[in-house]
Write a protein that binds this ligand. Structure first.
Ligand code: NAD
Length: 290
């Protein structure tokens, strides 16, 4: 039976480390790091993520505010907000909650953020730094996964890491992190056009599922003793729950946990790590601005 990698415990460790560093900053006469979140429109999921980020910031002593705008705000107005935040010396990190309404070009908005304040690590300069291995902000979900592996003492050097999914927020940045010197995995990225995906998945020492399909990874796709990281968050109907659904990952947890050596649960796995890395990034941003 696989050992569970508990994202709640590991994320609490990171948050406590960040809290100590923030306290040390303040003791040495510096101000607390400060994160500004920009939330546009009424999407309930986005509103709940933003609330979570504000609460997690407060818990570690990071100041934050959320600028909320109606979905009708123009692209120009959003760009003006970003440029004001770029110039504001008390703002260390800027996070624009995605997705944005269709009339606003997400890329233009992300590109407008000062790379020194790009705590989401979505700006092309941050992505470029990641690819060539220059130290900078970490992409939140992928870096959360690496933290999970390292804090669970799972060896990565020379291991075959197979990532299913090639998105800009998970699959691609994770591939770059796993390739980095010091992590040193051999990386394969599979996606919707990969014909022999189960065969490749079975070769993985570390298998990461970032697809967005419930129970996509079945037991026959996993090598005995593999480490399985489940990034997916999917709603499946569940009449026994008051809200009518429950959250599951991309991995058939019950069957795969009988074969894997380590596995992450959903919820309580990768999810909590993401916010912890955002806090690390905000702290890093404030240290850079000193
Ligand atoms: P995305 O939709 O941008 O990308 C999905 C990827 O899966 C694509 O690259 C696609 O090629 C691949 N894919 C889709 N169908 C496939 C198939 N049949 N076979 C092989 N590959 C297939 O998704 P994303 O933003 O990377 O998110 C993936 C999942 O991870 C979602 O469930 C999302 O909610 C979740 N997620 C969780 C966190 C977290 O913090 N836990 C963070 C980000 C995303």
């Amino acid at each position: 039976m696989a050992e569970l990698i508990d994202g709640k415990v590991l994320s609490a460790q990171i948050r406590s480390e960040v809290r100590t560093e923030v306290e040390n900053r303040i003791k040495s006469g510096k101000r607390a790091p400060f994160l500004t979140v920009v939330l546009i429109g009424e999407d309930p999921a986005s509103a709940s993520y933003v609330k979570g980020k504000a609460a997690a910031s407060a818990e570690v002593g990071i100041g934050s505010d959320t600028l909320t705008f109606d979905a009708s705000i123009s692209e120009k107005e959003v760009l003006d907000v970003i440029s004001r935040l770029n110039a504001d010396q008390k703002v260390d990190g800027i996070l624009v909650q995605l997705p944005l309404p269709a009339h606003i070009d997400e890329r233009k908005v992300i590109n407008a953020i000062d790379p020194a304040k790009d705590v989401d690590c979505f700006h092309p300069q941050s992505v470029g730094n990641l690819v060539i291995g220059i130290d900078g902000f970490q992409p939140a979900t992928p870096a959360g996964i690496v933290e999970m592996l390292q804090r669970s003492q799972i060896p990565t050097a020379g291991k075959h890491c197979v990532i299913i999914g090639r998105s800009n927020i998970v699959g691609k940045p994770l591939a770059n992190l796993m390739l980095k010197k010091g992590i040193d995995s051999t990386v394969t990225v599979c996606h919707s056009r990969t014909p022999n995906l189960p065969e490749i998945a079975r070769q993985a020492d570390i298998l990461v599922a970032a697809i967005g399909r419930a129970n996509f990874v079945t037991a026959d796709m996993v090598k005995k003793g593999a480490v399985v990281i489940d990034v997916g968050i999917n709603r499946v109907e569940d009449a026994t729950r008051e809200r009518g659904y429950r959250l599951v990952g991309d991995v058939d947890f019950e069957a795969v946990s009988k074969i894997a050596s380590f596995i992450t649960p959903v919820p309580g796995g990768v999810g909590p790590m993401t916010i912890a890395v955002l806090l690390q990034n905000t702290l890093k941003a404030s240290n850079k601005q000193d």
